[in-house]
Design a protein around this ligand. Sequence first.
Ligand code: SF4
Length: 482
Amino acid sequence: MISEKIASVFNEPDCEKNRGKTAGERKKGCGTKGLTPGAAAGGCAFDGAKIALQPVTDVVHLVHGPIACEGNSWDTRNVGTSGPLIYRWGFTTDLSEMDVIHGGEKKLYRAIKEAVAKYAPPAIFVYQTCVPALIGDDIDQVCKVASERLGLPVVPVNAPGFVGSKNLGNKLGAEALLAHVIGTIEPSDAGPTDINIIGEYNVAGEFALVKPLFDELGIRIRACITGNSRYRDLAGAHTARVNMMVCSQAMINLGRGMRERWGIPYFEGSFYGIGDTSQTLRTIATLLVERGATADLIARTEALIAREEAKAWAAMAAYRPRLAGKRVLLYTGGVKSWSVVHALQEMGMEVVGTSVRKSTEDDKARARAALDQNTGKVGELFGAIANPEMYRMFRDGEADIMLSGGRSQFVALKARTAWMDINQERHHGYAGYDGMLELVRQMDIEINNPVWAQVRAPAPWDPPAASPGVTPLIPAGRRAAP
Ligand code: SF4
């Protein structure tokens, strides 16, 4: 029953926020705050489950519902693949009014059969949406029957949009993996240096920047859940020795579930920032040695860290004179709210503030510590910044660049301030040592772009001197064009 599943997700014991709640508050779940009038609602639970599982690249992702559900969620993240492309196809049962009257279960079965005949995938993921859930289509039963008759795993992902937020959908996607996928295949080659990475979505293919480090150390990524994933790797993920959680909010239930069921410890780490990448590698090596890997792994990891850090800092030194003194507003969430701060500070940049809208308490503490190191001041953590206030900050020259997701880009650009995408739609990978160098390179391109001199100069038709009563957008002396 979906209600029982949601209740268990709301009761997540490893969620720090949840532990601080009373039993009554826990029952109400997360994200129950009403919407601000005029604000976008954000993704639904179906969207969250789809985002979480779409990077499984070799399966058919079949959306059971009206075509708009698939249309709205199709390819919204720029997640990369090193092989199969089937995950980029949009499959839907395209329910119509007649299906609402007669039910959509037969149509769903026919769609599964057609997908198997045409594409021969290793598995099919079937997503429930609002309309079939409301008319009572039992996708669990259809998937079970289809799986038996067609001879392949057909996985129900029961997360209709109306049950809650995108974040809840992430967790329901993880529940589907726990219930139907992980542990269903026994790999014959399990070893003492196998790990899983949970919550790494391979945005812009950036995991390719990190994987060679693991390959060199002889650490095998059994499954990346779910970035550039293959079905069989996920099915055998229970044999790994350590789980690394990249974003604790998205799939913490999966880390806890795998620890309870298969005894795999998990820790939270990050591949954003040089220091954090090194710390993550160290932690993985230590945990693997504790769980049976040979002790020399720790020394080999330290040698690799020393070499890679030296290489990265040497390469980044060229950018220091061009970036030192520039001010950055980080408007993102989760681990990125603190993990890139150190590297920017090392470039001599000033991080004027970082948002902690979607961050855990632990993220907030780390962000505060990182900023304190920068300025000695406390309190530069932002919640949501209203657009007029954000515009004022840029207009008054309080930041030279904003790093954020696409939705807030126009506020910065309207105020003639550089902006860079750091969220899921971006087209550059920023993970690991090479990724940090790429981040710095892109920031240099944005901040020192000659376009700013053009757009901040007076227009040819402007009077030579400021007319009385005309307020310049950027007060004189606050910020010179590069
Ligand atoms: S809220 Fe329901 S109908 Fe709307 S996109 Fe999500 S699943 Fe589809």
